[in-house]
Design a binder for this molecule. Structure first.
Ligand code: CP
Length: 314
C-alpha cells in the first residue's frame, strides 16, 4: 500500500496489518522512535484541524521523522496567490518524503496523487472522505468489542457531508455480519452512492425515521456534527439531535458512544463521565493508528523491508 486516498481501496488484510502494528505501538511506543529517522513529512492543511493535524505531527515525530507544516494553507501558502493544488504538490514533494493533505475539494487527494512522486495520505477531502478517521474509528470498535465482525452501529447526524461517517462505513464494510442504522438530520440523509456501496458489500443498512427506532442494544452509536461549512441550501431546516444523559439512558450498558469530534454541542458534557462514552479515547487512538499507517506506507513505498511478507495477514 503506497498511498491512502480513499477507504474504498484498502483490503481487510492491509487494515489488519496496520492494526497489528498499531497494537505493537500501543504496547511499546519507544520501539518505533527512530524508525523513520532522516525522513521529512509535510502536512498541508487547507481546512482547520485540531486532532488530525496534531496527531499526525505527533505521530511523525514519534517515528523519528521531521515534519514541515502549513497550518492554514488556504491563507498562508501560495494558494492565496492563485497557485494550483497540483503545483503546490509538485513543489512540496521536492521538500518531503510524504505529503499529508487536508483540502476543501472532494477530489483533492486524487488530484494530488495524479502529480505526486511521494506517498499521499488524505487527511480529509471536502464533504467526501476522511479515511484516517475511519482507520481510528474501526480500530476503536475493534478495541472495545474485541472484534469487528458482527458489529451493529447507528450513525447519526450529517450523513450527506459527514466525511468521517463515509470513510468509517466503507471500512466497516470490509467485515462480515455488519448492521448499520442511519438516523440523519432531515435533508442530510446518506447519499444513494453509499447505500449502494453498503448493499454491494452485504452490509445491512436500515434507515431510522426516529431516534427511538435505533435498537437499545446496538453496539455503537456514532454521533456526528452537521457540516454547516459545506451546506449551501439556505432552505434546509436543520433540527439537530443532541445526545445527553437522559436520551442516552435508553441504551444498554454495552452500547458505546463514538464521535469523530469536535462535538461542538452534539453530545452534552453530562455524558463525559459515562463509561460508555469513548470519544476521547477514540481521538487518542489517532496516534497508534496514524503512526502505524505512516510506517506501513513507508515500508512499501521505499522498500524499507521492515515489515516482512510472513508478518502480513494476506
Ligand atoms: N475528527 C477530525 O477530523 O477532527 P479535526 O477536524 O480536529 O482534525
Amino acid at each position: 500500500m503506497k498511498n491512502f486516498i480513499t477507504a474504498e481501496k484498502i483490503t481487510r488484510g492491509e487494515l489488519e496489518d496496520i492494526y497489528t502494528i498499531a497494537d505493537d505501538i500501543k504496547r511499546d511506543k519507544n520501539k518505533y522512535r527512530t524508525a523513520l529517522s532522516g525522513y521529512v513529512i509535510a502536512t498541508l492543511f487547507y481546512e482547520p484541524s485540531t486532532r488530525t493535524r496534531l496527531s499526525f505531527e505527533s505521530s511523525i515525530q514519534r517515528l523519528g521523522a521531521a515534519v514541515i507544516s502549513t497550518e492554514n494553507a488556504r491563507e498562508n501558502a501560495s494558494a492565496k496567490k492563485g497557485e494550483s493544488l497540483e503545483d503546490t504538490i509538485r513543489i512540496v514533494q521536492g521538500y518531503s518524503d510524504m505529503i499529508i493533505l487536508r483540502h476543501f475539494d472532494v477530489h483533492s487527494a486524487e488530484r494530488a496523487l495524479s502529480v505526486a512522486k511521494v506517498p499521499i495520505i488524505n487527511a480529509g477531502s471536502g464533504g467526501g472522505e476522511h479515511p484516517t478517521q475511519g482507520l481510528l474509528d474501526i480500530y476503536t470498535i475493534r478495541e472495545y468489542r474485541g472484534k469487528v465482525d458482527g458489529t451493529s452501529i447507528a450513525v447519526m447526524g450529517d450523513l450527506k457531508y459527514g466525511r468521517t461517517a463515509h470513510s468509517m462505513l466503507k471500512l466497516i464494510s470490509l467485515y462480515d455480519g455488519i448492521t448499520v442504522y442511519g438516523f440523519s438530520v432531515k435533508g442530510l440523509e446518506l447519499p444513494d452512492y453509499y447505500k449502494d456501496f453498503l448493499a454491494a458489500k452485504k452490509v445491512k443498512y436500515i434507515e431510522c425515521k426516529a431516534f427511538t427506532d435505533i435498537p437499545t442494544d446496538v453496539n455503537f452509536i456514532y454521533q456526528t456534527r452537521v457540516q454547516t461549512e459545506r451546506i449551501e441550501d439556505a432552505d434546509l431546516k436543520i433540527e439537530e439531535m443532541i445526545l445527553n444523559k437522559e436520551n442516552f439512558a435508553r441504551f444498554s450498558d454495552s452500547t458505546y458512544l463514538l464521535h469523530p469530534l469536535p462535538r461542538v454541542d452534539k453530545i452534552a458534557s453530562d455524558l463525559d463521565d459515562d463509561k460508555r462514552s469513548i470519544y476521547f479515547n477514540q481521538a487518542h487512538n489517532g496516534i497508534p493508528t496514524r503512526m502505524a499507517l505512516i510506517y506501513y506506507i513507508f515500508n512499501d513505498f521505499y522498500n524499507l523491508g521492515v515489515i516482512h511478507a510472513d508478518k502480513r495477514t494476506k
